[in-house]
Design a protein around this ligand. Sequence first.
Ligand SMILES: [Zn+2]
Length: 203
Amino acid sequence: METEKKYLNKIICLFYPSLLNNFGFQSEKGITFFSEKKAPNIKQFLAELVTEKQVEKLIFLNYPQQEEQLNELKTELAKIDRQITNIILFHLENYDLLEEIWSQYLICPSCEKIFVKQTFIQENGQFICPQEGKVKFSSTTVAEFNQNYWENYFKNNKILLEKILATEEKTSPLRINRLTIRQKEELFSGEIREKLWEIINNI
Ligand SMILES: [Zn+2]
């Protein structure tokens, strides 16, 4: 009975901006990550985990993204008598920090990776993606893309969070853990990774 209870006892949804690709999510003892890119079939993925009974914490990376996925996830979890227990939300401490990020960094409209503005803006104001070489963007395109990126990120997360909370089972309250960024440097150092692991380990 004891082992029955321990496996998959934390089902966590982690939402973070896709530009932070430096997390290096590696499954380790008792903890595993689900990414839609790596395992497109949630049903099959869960079925394998249930057979193994090895994983205690399952973390969904930027998943679900739409209401349809949320419903499917909930249905599949219900089949194995589980539900979402925690949500980890990426959070900027204040608006000033977001403005600081806007002024000093830019997200490439093509590969959605983040770069230091000064280094990659040409004299004519164009941005050429260092990853993709020939792709050029005007400064207006880049500025608009960046503003929309962040606004959509926060807006979509808010909508999703409301939907998840709205369908939550009353019997077992969902907990929200915030991954708070206080300085822009944290975004690009190992600090954010450490903070995230600390949260995961404490759940
Ligand atoms: Zn790019």
